[in-house]
Design a binder for this molecule. Structure first.
Ligand code: ZN
Length: 248
């Protein structure tokens, strides 16, 4: 079980838009194998290294899966792995600032969250989640991460079938499946997660301490989010995933 500890968000200190945190406080935020600041995208201490931006065990498992796929002439390439809070904030604010020219802030937010996470809540902060393509094929023009590139005669179909058959053997699961009863983000045939680790990380994200720490983060549009909206986002988007990735 997690050693759950409580902390006041008053101890989280902002310097401009940068987040800094007292090192004694960081220790208080520790769970068994992850700290809340890691899950918020504010620290990279859970990653393999500064050059390999994946969580340790995720990296080992991905390397094995990649070697196996190469035997079948598939080159698994990560186009997006770890993403920091700062990066997610930049993605979010670029979209938000553009959309509010013509829409109400709440409409802009609803539109962004069809595909993009609210900063501090992205599974990409965890280093356990990857967006992949097949590097062995001629790449389609334009956006690579589109559903149509992964099905039928499309360039990444062979890779998708291979993943359907083998990903589980290496501990990876599709997160945002085609299951019609699933809530949250749209179907993403490219987004996989290393279940063993991400299940335990999600368990931490579901705790009160995490929500309190997240509440102290700042980004454009956050002040337009009602408590009701935030509660429903965490429930429907955070837990609107493949049941194989839910903590037991
Ligand atoms: Zn993704």
């Amino acid at each position: 079980m997690n050693r759950k500890r409580f902390i006041s968000t008053a101890t989280l200190v902002f310097i401009g838009s940068q987040f800094s945190i007292n090192s004694e406080v960081l220790n208080l935020l520790g769970f068994d194998d992850i700290k809340i600041e890691n899950l918020l995208g504010l620290s990279q201490s859970h990653l393999k290294s500064n050059s390999i931006l994946l969580e340790n065990e995720t990296y080992e498992a991905f390397s094995k899966m990649k070697s196996k796929a190469i035997e079948d002439n598939i080159d698994l390439r990560i186009v997006s792995g770890y993403r920091s809070f700062k990066h997610q904030k930049a993605i979010w604010e670029r979209k938000f600032n553009q959309l509010i020219i013509t829409k109400k802030p709440t409409e802009a937010i609803s539109e962004i969250i069809t595909y993009s996470s609210i900063p501090g809540t992205s599974r990409h902060h965890w280093g356990t989640d990857i967006d992949i393509i097949d590097g062995s094929v001629k790449l389609p023009k334009g956006d690579l991460l589109l559903e149509q590139n992964y099905h039928g005669d499309a360039p990444f179909s062979k890779m998708k079938s291979w993943m359907d058959n083998h990903a589980k053997d290496f501990g990876f699961e599709l997160v945002y499946t085609q299951n019609k009863s699933r809530t949250g983000f749209n179907y993403e045939p490219w987004h996989y997660s290393f279940a063993k680790k991400s299940k335990s990380f999600l368990n931490v994200q579901l705790q009160k301490d995490y929500r309190e720490a997240w509440s102290a983060l700042e980004f454009n549009g956050k002040s337009k989010m009602s408590k009701k909206f935030i509660d429903s986002y965490f429930e429907n988007y955070g837990s609107g995933i493949n049941p194989s990735l839910m903590p037991s």
